[in-house]
Design a protein around this ligand. Structure first.
Ligand code: CA
Ligand code: CA
Ligand code: ZN
Length: 728
């Protein structure tokens, strides 16, 4: 029985991965030098880990051996050596071998008898042998190191192998064991050094989950190395082989959550991988949080930005000219607020989403927001995030007309050139009132009443009165869908469903007032249209409404059946995000749907998890929310931290008019990220339908579909960073 099994195994191996190696004539010995051969006193014991599956394989074509490998420790039990050295081969495949790059190979070799062992590296694609050496294994063990420069073709299918058959047909060995341990194969430091272990480049909080991603097979284990002392401080297994559709990579991951010591580190995988240096520290994201809020202040419109706080983005008052209500000769002062993105339009749907994110971020974790981020209102005794949100709220109040309707936007007919905002003198137009914008406005204003009533009761009351007027208007207003009139090319932000905005409006007003008519409206909309109430996007605002309702203890106490329905809804929203991450190599939730603003989609999904966690604490939501942040800060296939001035490698060439005009980098800004629809000429010239969706990104100021920034992309990031910081 046993013999049959052995021969079947041999046949299987001959017909698959090993066939080329056995048919190859013995190559000339490599001229690569042995750098050092030192005695090894003790063989390290393997570290047992759960989930581990070794990536080493053994083929016996002539003799017979059994492989017992745990990561970093390969034991070959030799029952019969056969007649050829390569008759028993232990190997690992899928290694990148890049032409011209030098790789450093090191390991400890020992055996229970003294005997020769052959090591070699081969390009499986064309069977070229890049390196081979005959070594001697002894009972005491020997440490070997080699530098190997790849002379042949580049391959992503390199094989590293150890041959332990008989060196000659006449050789006979009794039962013995050969052990290879502490094996490392990596690019030598003088080679191209694009790190290929993907991390959050800003780093990890000490007690947080710490996962890293390997975008190809890098062996069985990886090490955490102290960057100052160059010593290994932690070793962990590499886990879960997965084909990741969105990046077209075979990914693995590692987890060193148990290592919590603050410091500066880098990672090294067993085969061929390194990472950027990163930190483990408390308060690691705090400066970033301040910068992402301050980014909004640099988008301010209608006021003078002075260089002492705005730096290169200083400018005189902009867009203060009286605007015309489109299609009429009526004129209105609608100065103020923020420029939306890389353009100078101001849009109610995106502006309201932004202020809601800021206010909820503050409401969930007020202690994280300081009065010192470097805006004109720093030091006034109010958290700067609320000062900043108020800039937009004051503008939104100007966008409401006398009967409660809220205009959709203020724009120029065409996008301006790449000039500073105060140079843009084109006529301003106010576009028609919309039920979607009005619902958004009510949601933002009613929430503002709750947030600001202790800070500025008079302002809070103005917000509440405005919200009530617009809610009344909404009850008799019917949906219309915005499209640009002829001759206009501004951002449209068209929304053909106002159910979610009406729901948010009623929920926020019920939270602010406790009045029955608002609760009745929430219930009516929820019972009829719950399936339309998921989302924290400018177009789908429903999850905000559900969250605001669930924050109210009186809903839980007075109507527990309805409360349970609302709770189930928010938990379902969060579980959908969580489920989407389960087969993603980078632990994010977009499947392969990387559309315009994909980074904001990721931030928004992280925000949904944070909102759900705030209602029902769940460590899975905490960890997954952090996973979404880790992606944005560098743990992605592009090895890029998508927020300017963060991490080691971040965008430099934003699609942003002031940045181009001032020739400066806007700090703390989240770029749109990969867009597989290729919606600008730059990405169209670089990528095609075969490009992996999550790789369709370019750091180019002309790539408006992947490298623009926006207020409503930064705002969920603000909320996400603060939620992750608070949870850990
Ligand atoms: Ca302040
Ligand atoms: Ca909508
Ligand atoms: Zn302006």
């Amino acid at each position: 029985m046993k013999k049959i099994l052995i021969s079947m195994l041999a046949l299987l191996c001959l017909t698959t991965a090993c066939s080329k190696a056995e048919n190859k004539p013995t190559p000339e010995p490599s001229s690569n030098p042995v750098i050092s051969v030192v005695d090894l006193p003790v063989t390290q014991a393997p570290i047992a880990q759960p989930e581990f599956e070794t990536t080493w394989a053994l083929t016996s074509t002539d003799g017979y051996g059994i492989l017992e490998s745990t990561f970093s420790n390969i034991k070959i039990i030799m029952n019969s050596p056969g007649t050829e050295i390569f008759g028993v081969q232990t190997y690992h495949e899928g290694l990148p071998l890049i032409h011209g790059v030098t790789y450093h190979l090191s390991f400890d070799l020992s055996a229970t008898i003294e005997r020769p062992v052959e090591v070699f590296i081969m390009n499986v694609d064309d069977s070229a042998i890049e390196f081979t050496q005959m070594l001697t294994a002894t009972e005491n063990g020997t440490h070997y190191e080699f530098d190997i420069k790849i002379q042949g073709n580049t391959s992503w299918n390199g094989r590293l192998a150890f041959n332990t058959g008989a060196p000659t047909p006449e050789t006979t060995y009794d039962y013995h064991e050969v052990t290879i341990s502490n094996l490392i194969l990596q690019e030598a430091s003088d080679g191209p050094t694009e790190p290929n272990i993907k991390i959050n480049q800003t780093g990890y909080l000490p007690n947080a989950q710490k996962k890293v991603v390997f975008p190809f097979d890098q062996g069985d284990c990886f090490q955490v190395i102290d960057a100052n002392t160059n010593t290994v401080v932690y070793t962990a297994p590499i886990l879960r082989k997965l084909y990741n559709e969105s990046t077209k990579e075979t990914t693995f991951y590692g987890d060193f959550s148990d290592f919590t010591t603050p410091g500066r580190y880098r990672l090294q995988s067993q085969l061929n991988g390194t990472s950027y240096e990163f930190e483990i520290q408390e308060d690691l994201y705090h400066n970033l949080l301040d910068q992402t809020v301050k980014m909004l202040s640099l988008q301010r419109c209608g006021q003078t930005l002075t260089a002492d706080w705005a730096g290169a983005f200083a400018h005189e008052q902009c867009h203060t000219q009286i605007a015309t209500i489109y299609g009429t000769d009526q004129q209105l002062d609608v100065s103020g607020g923020w420029h939306d993105a890389g353009d100078y339009g101001r849009y109610v749907p995106t502006g309201t989403k932004t202020v809601i994110d800021l206010m909820l971020a503050y409401q969930m974790n007020p202690h994280l927001f300081t009065d010192a981020i470097g805006i004109p209102e720093s030091g006034n005794g109010v958290a700067d995030i609320l000062d900043e949100a108020r800039v937009e709220l004051e503008w939104l109040l100007k966008m409401q007309n006398g009967w409660g309707g809220v205009y959709d936007k203020v724009v120029t007919a065409q996008f301006p050139d790449f000039i500073m905002p105060d140079q843009d003198q084109a006529p301003l137009y106010i576009m028609q009132e919309m039920t979607t914008s009005t619902g958004d406005f009510v949601g933002a204003m009613a929430l503002a009443y709750s947030i600001y009533q202790d800070i500025d009761p008079e302002f809070a009351r103005r917000c509440l009165d405005a919200a009530k007027l617009s809610w009344d208007y909404l009850q008799s207003a019917t949906l219309s869908v915005y499209t640009n009139p002829e001759g206009f090319s501004a951002g449209q932000y068209s929304d053909d469903n106002d159910t979610d905005e009406r729901y948010l409006a009623s929920a926020a007003l019920y939270a602010a007032t406790g009045e029955q008519k608002y609760l009745d409206s929430v219930k009516t909309i929820f019972q009829a249209s719950a399936d339309q109430l998921t989302g924290v996007q400018w177009k789908t605002m429903g999850s905000y409404g559900t969250y605001l309702m669930l924050k109210l203890s009186d809903v839980q106490n007075a109507d527990s059946a309805f409360y349970q329905q609302l709770l189930s809804k928010l938990i379902t929203d969060a579980e959908q995000v969580l489920n989407a991450t389960s087969n993603d190599g980078y632990f994010v939730s977009l499947y392969s749907a990387y559309a315009w603003g994909s980074n904001a989609d990721i931030a928004n999904n992280g925000l949904i998890l944070a909102l759900a966690n705030d209602i029902r604490a769940n460590v899975n939501y905490v960890n997954s929310a952090a996973d979404h942040l880790h992606y944005l800060l560098g743990r992605n296939s592009l090895n890029l931290s998508f927020v300017t001035n963060s991490g080691i490698h971040s965008p430099q060439h934003l699609h942003h008019r002031p940045a181009s005009a001032a020739n400066a980098l806007l700090p703390g800004a989240l770029v749109g990220g990969p867009d597989s629809a290729l919606e600008d000429p730059v990405t169209q010239s670089m990528f095609n339908g075969d490009t992996a969706p999550a790789k369709c990104y370019v750091d180019d100021a002309e790539s408006y579909s992947t490298n623009e920034v926006a207020i409503y992309w930064n705002s969920p990031l603000v909320a996400l960073i603060s939620a992750v910081e608070n949870a850990n």
